[in-house]
Design a protein around this ligand. Structure first.
Ligand SMILES: C[S@@+](CC[C@H](N)C(=O)[O-])C[C@H]1O[C@@H](n2cnc3c(N)ncnc32)[C@H](O)[C@@H]1O
Length: 229
């Protein structure tokens, strides 16, 4: 893990999103076999953190494509626009629970883009803020998720402790954390803590094809595969 912090992040590469892209109201995202899906963003730029699609999300969907349907029951934690969970459903996940502190109109309209059967049978949403440690919804606690997707959820160090506390209470077979380095010291402490509790592997970004993330945006962007010890 230490080697990801060796080079630092060049100026202009800390944000984790292309500013012009963040102002688009619709993004066309590529799927295998020349298929695509168009998802909405708020078009309000970066102020709307949960309603724009982040680079980490683009990297994670490209990795999900490479997993070839080994998804099962998915939790998209900090789902924002729903990009990762929506891709999991398109890639044959059995179900996806979308969770965020904000369940936006943008998320709901993106889920509705899915075929009617997929959106109503496979997708559920739950509004939950990790800071509310006493009131974790039952639907997060009463089951084992095959995969938890966490894309770009470490950007605010104030939420690090509640995030770890929540993860410790969830039951899962695998957690994929798509992570953008912004505040190395604090974020490294989160990863160190997680490595004491779970097995952490860094996925080699060159090991899977890129359909959506641009190579130039991969700087400081990683996927951690986290599994129970
Ligand atoms: C940078 S966005 C990433 C959105 C999406 N996963 C992606 O990759 O495009 C981080 C998401 O985490 C959510 N989030 C941040 N802190 C949270 C908290 N304390 N409880 C629940 N969700 C939180 C935000 O609302 C936002 O949707």
């Amino acid at each position: 893990m230490d080697k990801i912090y060796e080079n630092g992040i060049p100026n202009g590469k800390k944000l984790g999103i292309d500013y012009l892209r963040s102002e688009e109201t619709q993004l066309v995202l590529k799927l295998p076999n020349d298929k695509s899906i168009t998802l909405s963003q708020s078009g309000m730029g970066l102020i709307a953190i949960s309603t724009v699609i982040w680079d980490a999300g683009l990297l994670l969907i490209d990795y999900l494509i490479s997993l070839h349907n080994q998804l099962g029951d998915v939790l998209d934690l900090g789902c924002g626009t729903g990009i990762c969970g929506i891709f999991s459903v398109l890639l044959n996940a059995k179900s996806c629970l979308f969770s965020d502190m904000i369940i936006s109109e943008c998320l709901l309209s993106n889920i509705e883009i899915l075929d009617n059967n997929l959106s109503s049978n496979k997708c559920k949403t739950i509004q939950y803020n990790w800071n509310d440690r006493e009131n974790i919804p039952e639907c997060l606690l009463n089951r084992t998720f095959d995969i938890i997707l966490c894309s770009d959820v470490l950007y605010d160090s104030k939420t690090h402790a509640p995030f770890i506390s929540l993860i410790k209470k969830l039951s899962f077979n695998k957690l994929l954390l798509a992570y953008k380095i912004r505040h190395p010291e604090e974020e490294r402490a989160v990863l160190t803590k997680l490595s004491e509790l779970y097995t952490l592997n860094i996925i080699d970004n060159s090991s899977f094809p890129k359909f959506n993330i641009k190579e130039c945006d991969l700087i400081g962007l990683y996927i951690f595969e986290i599994t129970p010890i």
